[in-house]
Ligand binder design. Structure first.
Ligand code: FAD
Length: 461
């Protein structure tokens, strides 16, 4: 008789957990995964995928307006929130079903319920498939959840990104608190769908961690799209009134709205998981501490994805899960390289970014060459619109390697995927430029920037 019920028990059927459990099971191992909500996790159920559908839905208003300048008659249209939400839910259910089928086909046993670690090899599941099981190895892939500042009076009236996907109606006015990518994405979504949007962020500019030119450029573009951006303050209090909600900002401004969406960060979902009983340590941000092979401080327990707070993106969770399975079930020690992971922000206009920002480049290398262009995308120049596209290359001065690429403008997320290959390969600026332009495109600017950009404060024009 086997020593344990399973070779591997995975907690959480999201991006990381599903990939790890399928790969491990395909090696012949006996694997189970527990899921307390819906299979697919944040990405499929209340993250990347439904968010992108909302972005698509919200972009039509802009397209309709642009169409008129190309000779199309005025589009008289209206948006029906309920129709969209129902269609979105059908598609999400279909995708979640595919995940369930893929688990089944790989031979993974799916247990519906909440898992708690009771001992080094013991897991208790409560819920539909309640039972206690044992496993040789345990993988924690429980992800993160939205966090709101509980100390603010009236905070119980606000919503988070989880709720934004299920609202009964489209808010006429919405205040979004936060300056990260989720906040700016929802600002664009609601503005595109016709809500009056105010974005409030306590920092000096939105999108902390991104290149400063990108941050400034996007803030300007959001305002051109009618989004009110208030920086340098945050709410002291949320008040419920007969006509809606009011955010009382620290600087005395009152922002009235039908909904207030907090997008002020996410926390690893570790509460009540039983980590302390088995010696799984957390870092200062409350994330599970892991080494390069996703091994926690407890022998035979690993963790991947957002719960480890390394780079909180779906493809990263998937790669970490795959690397764990390769190492532990295929005798192929693998660790995921977290350098130069490209990312997109589906703001309107969107952002694509890979590698170092200009500031990071200067800190790391001392001297960097900057190539930068701001121009009107062809499609919108024709329409006489004010929208501008930004492209920027950060080049290490000595080696001439392109170490950062930053794009704000239409199709930036599609472009950055390919740019990431060149950055990952360590291509030099001369090698970028040796690729002939594709014309007429916006992307051709990436291989035709000849003049170094010198900021005004460093003596540039
Ligand atoms: P998750 O996908 O969160 O999965 C964890 C699963 O574990 C969940 O299903 C949860 O229900 C389950 N669980 C938790 N505790 C237990 C328990 N005790 N027992 C049983 N089950 C449990 N990333 C991108 O790459 N691109 C994007 O455009 C993007 N957009 C996003 C938009 C939003 C609004 C949000 C919130 C996130 C977005 N992300 C995006 C991030 C991405 O969703 C996450 O990085 C990714 O889902 C992390 O995967 P994971 O496997 O670590 O966790």
């Amino acid at each position: 008789m086997a020593e344990y019920d399973y070779d591997l028990f995975v907690i959480g059927a999201g991006s990381g957990g599903v990939r790890a459990s399928r790969l491990a099971a395909m090696s012949g191992a006996k694997v189970a995964v527990a899921e307390e909500y819906r299979v697919g996790g944040t990405c499929v159920i209340r993250g990347c995928v439904p968010k992108k559908f909302m972005v698509y839905a919200s972009e039509f208003a802009h397209h309709f307006k642009t169409a008129e300048s190309y000779g199309w008659s005025k589009v008289e249209s209206s948006f029906d929130w309920k129709t969209f939400i129902e269609a979105k839910d059908v598609e999400i259910a279909r995708l979640s079903g595919i995940y369930v089928r893929n688990l089944h086909n790989a031979g993974v046993e799916l247990l519906h319920g909440r898992a708690t670690i009771k001992g080094p090899h013991t897991i208790e599941i409560t819920g539909n498939d309640a039972r206690t099981v044992t496993a040789k190895k345990i993988l924690i892939a429980v992800g993160g959840r939205p966090s709101v500042p509980e100390e603010i009076p009236g905070i119980e009236h606000v919503i988070t990104s989880d709720d934004a996907f299920q609202l009964d109606s489209l808010p006429k006015r919405i205040v979004i608190i936060g300056g990260g990518y989720i906040a700016v994405e929802f600002a664009g979504i609601f503005a595109g769908l016709g809500s009056e949007v105010t974005l409030v962020y306590r920092g000096a500019n939105i999108l902390r961690g991104f290149d400063d030119d990108v941050r400034e450029h996007l803030a300007g573009e959001l305002e051109k799209r009618g989004i009110r951006v208030i920086l340098g303050c945050s709410p002291d209090k949320i008040e419920k009134t007969p006509t809606g909600l009011v955010a009382h900002l620290g600087n005395g401004i009152l922002c009235e709205a039908d909904q207030i969406l907090y997008a002020t960060g996410r926390k690893p979902h570790v509460d009540g998981l039983g980590l302390e009983t088995v010696g799984v340590e957390l870092n200062e941000n409350g994330a599970v501490k892991v080494d390069d092979h996703s091994r926690t401080t407890a022998e035979n327990i690993w963790a991947v994805g957002d719960v480890t707070d390394r780079i909180n993106l779906t493809p990263v969770a998937i790669r970490e899960g795959a690397a764990f399975a390769q190492t532990e079930f295929y005798n192929n020690p693998t660790s995921f390289d977290h350098d130069n992971v490209a990312s997109a922000v589906f703001s309107q206009p969107p952002i694509g970014s890979v590698g170092l920002s200009e500031a990071e480049g200067r800190r790391k290398f001392g001297k960097v060459d900057i190539y930068r262009t701001v121009f009107r995308p062809m499609k919108y120049a024709f329409a006489g619109a004010e929208e501008r596209c930004l492209m920027k290359l950060v080049v290490e001065a000595e080696s001439q390697k392109v170490v950062g690429v930053h794009i704000v403008g239409p199709d930036a997320p599609e472009m950055i995927q390919l740019a990431a290959i060149a950055v990952k390969m360590g291509a030099t600026k001369a090698q970028w430029d040796s690729a002939c332009a594709v014309h007429p495109t916006a992307a051709e600017e990436l291989v035709t920037m000849r003049e170094k950009y010198v900021p005004q404060e460093l003596g540039g024009a």
